[in-house]
Design a binder for this molecule. Structure first.
Ligand SMILES: C[S@@+](CC[C@H](N)C(=O)[O-])C[C@H]1O[C@@H](n2cnc3c(N)ncnc32)[C@H](O)[C@@H]1O
Length: 237
């Protein structure tokens, strides 16, 4: 369904992944995040290379299940359990509906990813999710993931980032705005959504992410994808 949630002059409440957002999520994310489909494809490629037999794969903040599906379709390993975790009941309902007949060994769990146990993991993905976690809790979450990964296991993080350099920040923001307009969002919709999301989506710089990953134990991280202000990092344990 087409996203027109923000096309009216309304009182803007903080953004939530509720029933209304679930209905339009797949359209919203594709028209708002440049390179979203490439992120999914690249994460699938990583699953082929870094998957391990008899291990768990985690999609944290799974929304409607696109990443779990890509992991499952590309998986070359045996005897894997797929965990799709989201704290929005409506999202998990939709995720189950989308993946039920497509992914074997699926556990779609409605829970806070800060509370979920990560164990015997070969692959953990935070695709556009860490940005919604309280900044103070981010290191605790990344350390927990590091501890739960097997040697050779990977963490993939995709995030919206900002740039310390003002000129770069302005240029990239303008391009991102044009990307959304090109995809049919009006100035009003863009302004309303920005207002709704600004207290809940907290961006950091690429350097902040790289430092945190190092501090949490990952010796090797590469930024394997970037489109405007959206990046994906691959960290290997
Ligand atoms: C932008 S969406 C992620 C998109 C999805 N990973 C994909 O690639 O299609 C962010 C998701 O994270 C979930 N989320 C945010 N904070 C969470 C938390 N503390 N625990 C679990 N899920 C959370 C939201 O409900 C939402 O579905």
């Amino acid at each position: 369904m087409r996203d027109n949630l923000f096309d009216k002059k309304i009182d803007i409440a903080d953004f939530r992944f509720d029933k209304e957002v679930v209905k339009v999520f797949d359209d919203m994310v594709r028209r708002s995040v440049p390179g979203y489909d490439s992120m999914i494809q690249m994460i699938g490629l990583c699953a082929r290379i870094y998957g391990q037999d008899n291990t768990n794969y985690y999609d944290l903040g799974s929304s409607t299940g696109a990443i779990t599906l890509s992991l499952a379709l590309n998986n070359k390993s045996k005897n894997n359990q797929f965990f799709a975790v989201d704290n929005s009941e409506e999202m998990i309902k939709e995720c189950k509906k989308n993946l039920n007949k497509k992914v074997d060994n699926l556990q779609a769990i409605c829970d806070d990813i800060n509370q979920v146990k990560i164990q015997n993991a070969a692959i953990v993905v935070l695709n556009l999710t860490l940005q919604f976690i309280d900044v103070k809790l981010r290191s605790i979450l990344i350390k927990k993931i590091y501890e739960g990964l097997n040697p050779g296991g990977i963490l993939i993080i995709s995030e919206k980032v900002h740039f310390d350099d003002e000129l770069t920040q302005n240029h990239i923001t303008k391009l991102h705005l044009d990307f959304k307009k090109e995809n049919g969002y009006s100035e009003l919709e863009i302004a309303n959504k920005r207002q709704a999301i600004e207290n809940v989506l907290i961006t950091e710089t690429k350097e902040d992410h790289l430092k945190r990953l190092r501090d949490c134990g990952f010796k090797e991280t590469s930024c394997f994808f970037q489109c405007l202000n959206f990046v994906s990092f691959l960290s290997v344990k």
